[in-house]
Design a protein around this ligand. Sequence first.
Ligand SMILES: Cc1cc2nc3c(=O)[nH]c(=O)nc-3n(C[C@H](O)[C@H](O)[C@H](O)COP(=O)(O)O)c2cc1C
Length: 322
Amino acid sequence: MTPRLKTRFTEFFDVDHPVMLAPMDKVAGGALAAAVTRAGGLGLIGGGYGDAGWVEQAFRDAGNERVGIGFITWSVQKNQDLLEQALDHNPAALMVSFGDAEEIVKNAKARDIPTIWQVQTVVQAEQAVGAGVDVLVAQGQEAGGHGMDRGLMALLPAVRDAAGPDQIILGAGGIADGRGLAAALMLGADGVMMGTRFWASAEADGTDAAKAGLVAATGDGTVRSKVFDIARGLDWPWHYTGRSVRNAFADKWVNDIHDMKARAGEAQEAYDASDPDDLSVRALIAGEAVDLISRVESAADIVRRIVQDAADLLERAPHHLR
Ligand SMILES: Cc1cc2nc3c(=O)[nH]c(=O)nc-3n(C[C@H](O)[C@H](O)[C@H](O)COP(=O)(O)O)c2cc1C
């Protein structure tokens, strides 16, 4: 497909389209990351909490395609060897989210590896810019997975104002079609990073049942909470919550998270005892953008349509002018 949108992001990474795959833990494997890159965007492997064997396999699966990798900052900080191992692959970019990543950014920059830092507040954006990060991702609370409280509509332009006109910035959270991409560009972004939309793709790692669950889910039916972190025994800093599809297990605990914390052992036992495919208990991590997903598609079709639709909308935009 002919490139139709040119931004600082496309120029910096020398890619056709301003669309990046979110490094979704265990969902964005090598096949999906490679497919997004092949489609003209930038694919990132979801290094998540950090599992060395999984990361190696993901790079193997990506073959010769140019892909980056992302990690959960507070988790990978406990595993310096894995970070070095990932950097040894000379990834297209190293992305970090959720925590102070100044040292990690310094380390990657020393190896000339482009750095990406996902932030949830303006203060965090200022810290990331101060650390010299190449690309900022401003993530709104609409997002699937972990995040904080701010909505993208006001956060994105505020991050642009704080970071200055030259900083490369992507918007993330609730974006799944051309309208979202066009709006993000208008709000000051140089492109978008999408998770939930690519989760419902042919190349994503995950079961057909989970992907069907995404297609069936509604944004109203998602919830941002700590339920699944407590259930999975994950030691997330308290200010982060995770957005998932609401299910019977979440319903049981979501309105009294302190009670759940007090009874964490009982909750974890029930969670662990369930079938991993039982979506009435297990977390189906997804954001509000599920409203905009009506079928599982190839990553290439997703990239092609979002870019075409955004470019068409922008071309038609002057009709709003008197
Ligand atoms: C299934 C899933 C897993 C995720 N895992 C991670 C992760 O491991 N690390 C990370 O930085 N972000 C992760 N995220 C959040 C994304 O980085 C991104 O902020 C989010 O997907 C953007 O919003 P969207 O889902 O509406 O596109 C995950 C998101 C989803 C949906």
